[in-house]
Design a protein around this ligand. Structure first.
Ligand code: G1P
Length: 301
């Protein structure tokens, strides 16, 4: 039996405006942008389900109702598909999340930062450890599952990280690991964090990617509402305070990560999952080969 409370709940902040994808996101949440045949948000939900999460808390904002509709039971649609005998399509909409899972939605109200978004979920989380998944990052890996198992054994909060180029540290929360040693899996104890430092101030090049396991003690620090980098209430700053009381563990990403908050990362994710698809994969591969053989296809006008 696990020594610590199970990690059953996950917070997914989805209130962001998605300005980088305008005009596509003018009337549609960025989390509903399609990666091959599923909305972006569904990848994070499936990753969390794999890790044992049973309850999802979405922190939403204005114009995000399509997310709620997506995870709702599609009674009318199911009825039509059933009557038409479209069994495969019916299957694809009926089991988006398993029966035993629960979803709740909390409105953030004001865009005050990631730390504030997490703080909004405090009463639904109660006295339990929880995961945070930032759905802009599609993570094709079982590392979150490892983080959950490790928490349930050792009770240490955790973050996922990957090595980032030195000139990109200003885009990430960066781990301060001092002289701590990595184990063979790239796991490491963390001394502290710095949110989005310039390269000369970065204590390492290990950047937090959007997966965390936290304890409810974090809400006490978030309640202080300190303003950090970018004039926002930063989750990383509250983690700096929590880190003084509880050792954090860093888990190196084993697998693929796509930063879908960025147009290039988004296209890479589409390509990666499309190439894995048994119908699209071979057809796309042959198209790409043709493009390489016929350079005029790739020339811009
Ligand atoms: C947030 C966090 C940052 C983390 C990043 C991962 O930043 O504040 O610490 O490294 O997510 O994607 P954002 O990308 O929301 O600016």
């Amino acid at each position: 039996m696990a020594k610590y409370k199970k990690v059953r709940k996950a917070i997914l902040p989805v209130a962001g405006l998605g300005t980088r994808f305008l005009p596509a996101t003018k009337a549609m949440p960025k989390e509903m942008l399609t990666v091959v045949d599923k909305p972006l948000i569904q990848y994070a939900v499936e990753e969390a389900l794999e890790a044992g999460i049973e309850e999802f808390i979405f922190i939403t904002g204005r114009g995000k109702s399509a997310i709620e509709n997506h995870f709702d039971k599609p009674y009318e649609l199911a009825d039509i598909l059933r009557k038409k005998g479209k069994d495969a399509e019916l299957e694809s909409v009926l089991h988006i999340i398993p029966e035993h899972t629960r979803i709740s939605y909390i409105r953030q109200g004001e865009p005050l930062g990631l730390g504030h978004a997490i703080w909004c979920a405090r009463s639904v989380i109660g006295d339990e450890p929880f995961a945070v998944l930032l759905p802009d990052d599609i993570i094709h890996s079982t590392t979150l599952k490892d983080m959950v198992s490790s928490y349930e054994e050792q009770g240490k909060p955790a973050v996922m990280y990957e090595e980032v180029p030195l000139d990109r540290t200003h885009n990430y929360g960066i781990l301060d690991i001092g002289d701590n040693k990595f184990n063979a899996n790239g796991e490491v104890n963390i001394n502290s964090f710095v949110e989005k430092p310039e390269s000369e101030d970065a204590p390492s090049t290990c950047g937090i990617i959007g997966r965390y396991i936290l304890t409810p003690r974090i809400f006490d620090f978030l309640a202080e509402k300190n303003i950090g980098a970018g004039g926002e209430i930063q989750l990383t700053d509250a983690m700096v305070s929590l880190c003084k009381e509880q050792v954090f563990r860093g888990f190196k990403l084993k697998g693929e990560r796509f930063d879908c908050g960025d147009k290039v990362g988004f296209q890479k994710a589409n390509l990666f999952f499309a190439l894995k698809d048994p119908y699209i994969g071979p057809r796309l591969t042959s198209y790409i080969k043709d493009m390489q053989l016929t350079p005029k296809l790739v020339k811009t006008a």
